[in-house]
Design a protein around this ligand. Structure first.
Ligand code: ADP
Ligand code: 5GP
Length: 192
């Protein structure tokens, strides 16, 4: 796949609640060339999440079948659920010259790095742990137990920062988005 890819594969990771979804929405509004890969998951939709937009919400059986058929570019399992990137969409868009954004966890990013070494890996970190907790609670989509689970996972995610091309601290939102756009533009220039 890497040979005919004209676009940039952009991986965005970071702990739950750091602001990945917010940042990605702003990037998509500002970058004509970029599209978002919608992942499949076996977790239940949160309030307001639409099938096909936030995720494709599928059953565990369907997910396992898709794994067998080689339908995922990468997948991982955490919080007792599966999450995966459908292969076809990503390969097609990259070949068309689009930049494709994957919002995935550190395990998935590791698989992408192996299969696709030219991918641009960006880790988004919070300005502090207190602020991460504040944002997770602010979002109000999870109960206390799930918030604890996500905080425990945050340390694991952040410990992988060194494997990423860039770490971007999401303090001021506008500045974060500007910084990421500059990184992508630099990569595009280097690719030519
Ligand atoms: P993630 O996708 O990483 O789980 P979200 O994008 O859902 O995180 O953001 C979690 C919460 O933090 C949301 O309420 C969002 O509005 C807020 N948020 C995101 N970025 C910032 C920021 N730079 N400053 C303050 N709040 C932010
Ligand atoms: P959430 O349940 O908060 O939507 O996502 C939980 C975690 O799963 C986040 O770290 C998110 O980046 C990750 N994730 C979402 N989609 C995928 C995917 O397709 N593959 C992998 N590996 N992780 C994903």
């Amino acid at each position: 796949m890497s040979n005919n890819a004209k676009g940039i594969l952009i991986v965005i990771s970071g702990p739950s609640g750091v602001g990945k979804g917010t940042v990605v929405d702003m990037l998509l509004n500002r970058l004509n060339s970029a599209v978002l890969s919608v992942s499949c998951t076996t977790r239940a939709p949160r309030e307001g999440e639409k099938d096909g937009k936030s995720y494709f919400f599928i059953s565990k059986d369907s997910f396992l079948k898709m794994i067998d058929e080689g339908g995922f570019l990468e997948y991982s399992n955490h919080f007792e659920n599966y999450y995966g990137t459908p292969r076809f969409f990503v390969e097609q868009k990259l070949a068309e010259g689009k930049d494709v954004i994957l919002e995935i966890d550190v395990d998935g990013a590791g698989h992408i790095r192996e299969e696709y070494p030219q991918a641009l890996l960006l880790m988004i970190t919070p300005p502090s742990r207190e602020e991460l907790v504040r944002r997770l609670k602010l979002r109000g989509t999870e109960d206390e137990v799930l918030i604890e689970q996500r905080l425990a996972r945050a340390d694991y995610e952040l410990s992988h920062s060194k494997f990423y091309d860039y770490t971007v601290i999401n303090d001021d939102l506008e500045q974060t988005v500007e910084n990421i756009i500059k990184i992508i533009e630099n990569r595009r220039r280097a690719k030519k």
